[in-house]
Design a protein around this ligand. Structure first.
Ligand code: SF4
Length: 321
């Protein structure tokens, strides 16, 4: 039976995601018709909260009315998106993560310096699509079987999507040493990604089972699950507390660890902890599940600074004092 749930240190939104969400909320609170270009984060609770204050997610700029505000999410976009938005008379609120902006600048410099660029990333990921706007000829590679398509060139540069696992980047860098006479390596793996992986590994070492919370298709979340398994701890990956519908997984475990991807609000991890206590605890534990889950959240390293983002504020009605 479950006696204890431990939430990994430094979970919750990364600063890039939190900033983009806050910018959307601030815009709506200022009474502006606010949109996000694509879902600001793939989390249904967050999307629902934003919808409640009037923030709409749109797939293209064509869905935004003249004069309205559009928030660029943390992944960033191709530079021409800003031009098209201005041409349509939209107010652009740039929520591109500062780390991604730095990546974009570095890519641009590599292009100007004439390097053949290899970009480690998931080809259809929005961050990669945005980066390609700065280096259209970059060769995008992901899994190891792709790497054979990397040509041999005199001057090559390697850069990466921010959320790629560090081990993969290092392995590709070693592979590319044999592909170029001059190889420039820019390690743009985001420090938040690295810390998240370290803390997940640390948590996994001391528990009987890990629960990893994040988008089903998120490579980053899958990587956290893989790391738990490398640590020798069984792990289950879920999107939210509702996915924990099989209490039998907790039958033989005493301590359960919980971690989450960078798009998972910390409040979701508390809900997952409560669900674990309710599913796997004794009658006594079940009766205190809510309080125990809150205590698990409080026990994680720096809870105050990691909460979702700005509180939801309802915009004042137009013309109100
Ligand atoms: S994972 Fe890192 S690079 Fe990506 S949005 Fe978050 S802070 Fe920015």
């Amino acid at each position: 039976m479950v006696e204890e749930v431990r939430i990994a240190r430094r979970t919750g939104f990364c600063y890039g995601v939190r900033e983009a969400i806050d910018k959307a909320k601030e815009s709506a609170a200022a009474g502006k018709a606010t949109h996000t270009l694509g879902q600001v984060v793939h989390n249904e609770g967050v999307i629902r909260d934003l919808q409640q204050i009037g923030v709409r997610s749109v797939d293209t700029l064509d869905d935004v009315d003249h004069g309205a505000a559009v928030v660029i999410r943390a992944h960033g976009v191709r530079p021409e998106v800003f031009d098209r938005a201005s041409a349509r008379g939209l107010e652009v609120i740039d929520g591109t993560c500062t780390w991604v902006i730095q990546e974009q600048r570095q890519l641009q410099e590599l292009v100007e310096e004439g390097y053949t660029i290899v970009l480690l990333g998931t080809p259809k990921h929005p961050e990669v699509a945005g980066l390609l706007g700065f280096a259209p000829d970059a060769i995008v590679v992901d899994e190891e079987e792709d790497w054979v398509k990397i040509p041999r060139r005199k001057r090559m540069a390697l850069i990466t999507q921010s959320t790629q696992p560090p081990w993969k980047f290092e392995k590709l860098a070693a592979f590319m040493v044999g592909r170029a006479h001059e190889l420039k390596i820019l390690n743009t793996v985001c420090p938040v990604t690295i810390r998240r992986q370290e803390d997940t590994l640390e948590a996994a070492r001391d528990v009987d089972l890990m629960v990893v919370v994040g988008g089903r298709h998120s490579a980053n979340t899958k990587e956290l699950t893989r790391l738990c398994e490398i640590a020798g701890t069984p792990a289950i990956q879920i999107e939210n507390a509702r996915d924990l519908d099989d209490a039998s997984v907790f039958a033989d475990v005493r301590v359960v660890g919980v971690t989450g991807g960078t798009s998972t609000p910390i409040e979701d991890l508390r809900d997952v902890a409560e669900r674990i206590y309710l599913s796997g605890g004794t009658d006594d534990v079940r009766s205190r599940a809510g309080a125990l889950a809150t205590a698990a959240l409080d026990a994680a390293a720096t809870p105050a600074g990691r909460t979702t983002s700005l509180p939801i504020r309802t915009p004042s009605p137009a013309g109100a004092a």
